[in-house]
Design a protein around this ligand. Sequence first.
Ligand code: ZN
Length: 659
Amino acid sequence: MTAPAITAQSTALAELVDRSRRIGARPDLVVHGGGNTSAKTTGVDHRGRERPILLVKGSGMDLATIGPAGFVALYLDDLAAIRDRTAMTDEEQQAYLGRCTVSQGTARPSIETLLHALLPWTHVDHVHADAICALALAGDPEREVREVLGADVAFVPYVRPGFELSHRVADLADHAAVVLGHHGLVTWGATSAACLERTLSLVGRARRYLDGRARPPEQAIPALDHERAHALLLTLRGHLAEPSRVVLHVDASGRRHADRTDVDRIAGAGPATADHVLRIGRGSVILRSADEAPAEVHAAVRAAEERRRRSGGRHPLVRDPRPTAFLVPGLGTVTAGRTPREAKIVADVAEHSHTVAASAVDAFGASTGLTDEEIFGIESWPLELAKLRPPDPVRDLEAFVVVVTGAASGIGRECATVVARRGGCSVLVDVDETALRAAAEEVRSDGGEVVEVVGDVRVAATAELAVRAAIEAYGGLDGIVSNAGIAVTGRLVDLSPDDWERSLAVNATSHFLLTRAALPALAAQGRGGSLVYVVSKNALAPGAGFGAYSVAKAAQLQLARIAALEGGPLGVRANVVNPDAVFEGSRLWSPELRAARAADHGVAVEELERFYAERNLLQAPVRASDVAEAVAFLLSDRSSRTTGCILTVDGGVPAAFAR
Ligand code: ZN
């Protein structure tokens, strides 16, 4: 929004930003990214001519957080000429809007731009308010709108946004507002304040009317216990995993809908608007137990495929046929997405959908949703589907859920970063709370998804807590990076039994405990999994004076092989990465360890890093990122036929060649 034409009109823009944010701050007015606002003003074009300008919300912008750059400026005289046309395809309309745009910023004009442009009013609001949508679900919506909102409010039955709807609303500009069936509300005013006032008062009137008529049914369903809830989430996630993984989001507040005795009427109401169709398809699926998940998921997918088949290819169904929203009595609303953020957006939309359905059912005894044909039109509408993000091949760990131990520093911390950059979600485990919080914050600031579990990996409860955290935060588990380790030095004659035990507890037993906690979850999910053990070159080529460490690392290596043997029938792979001498960011390499290893190798402490780098075949220092890269490969489906394998990341140490 840098064009001179617009900066000259900053008052109109500032007023529009303020009004938009007030609307966006009300979750009952707009569904995620939905709704739009506009103002008409004037500006000076590139030839110095004063021209009328339309400022309208950019496509996909969120009204709650929108700033001046979220609006697009278009030449209104060019747009107004569309009023004289009799027909225009979506493609023609989009191309035309592109030519009317004043500044070529990042935002594209909203697909509802014409709705704003053709109305002769200076300020226009368009919201997808829950109460208005519910009112329009009545058996006779036109009569209901007239009686509740007033005779000067018009009603237009559902028409897809675009050329035709914009003209029909423009024809009603002598009214006070228009309710769009299965869509929302359009209001206007001579001033920004009057426009906002009308939007709020009409929505308020609809809400009060619905609340006055509401007779919600009784609810008396006990909360689902942890065990059942986890079983349900794991089974559900496992059955949603084709053709690609999803993560799940649990919204406990959804119990107010899920626990209703007539929950089937809420789910059966179907989607109330295009926003709902885009994110939750035909509506939510009711799930009462883990046992129901396979049949319910497959029935929904089969139905979607049947609709595609019936259309005879007339409308290629681009939307994913898998259901994304579930009503689980005793648990709430469970939603699926390719990322936690996407699953939360689906949850937000599902909440709106359930609220609208419940309002209509409670007020009118039934809910008249979109017809099959209308839903199909939305599901296969390119402009609507363009709001969904296409898959990104670089994110090969998308929706992959993994537990990483020893995650606060060194290799573990780097693994968390690499998993996040590839689209995965991690549960980070470490005993050092301060360092763990810092590591987690760093991954988050990079856009990654992590949760932290502070705990001692030597304790079985820590591993169980980590697996539970994965299920509760993301709906399941796909793998582990069993990495936690400590260095214990000393020749056998000098080694205390306590130090020996300490090394075994962290370097061997902790990996057993995590494996033991992860396997039942992976089995319940039924989608295999990948266990990656960060072992050490020492497991194959031990060092004198490093016995407690080398013996424990050999045990960890053998554990990985047993895990491969026992995991195979479940499709669970288990592999080993053997690094050597990774100093970067490592807490394992304490000053004491450096001194001890330098003495054993007969080199000066300050020469130690170079000594290790020069003794390998490539004569290269091994970095944490090199190890994380190998770990990511073994976690991912790219290594889907590899199990029981050792991948060395040691620069080439012949004594530690795997055999
Ligand atoms: Zn709309």
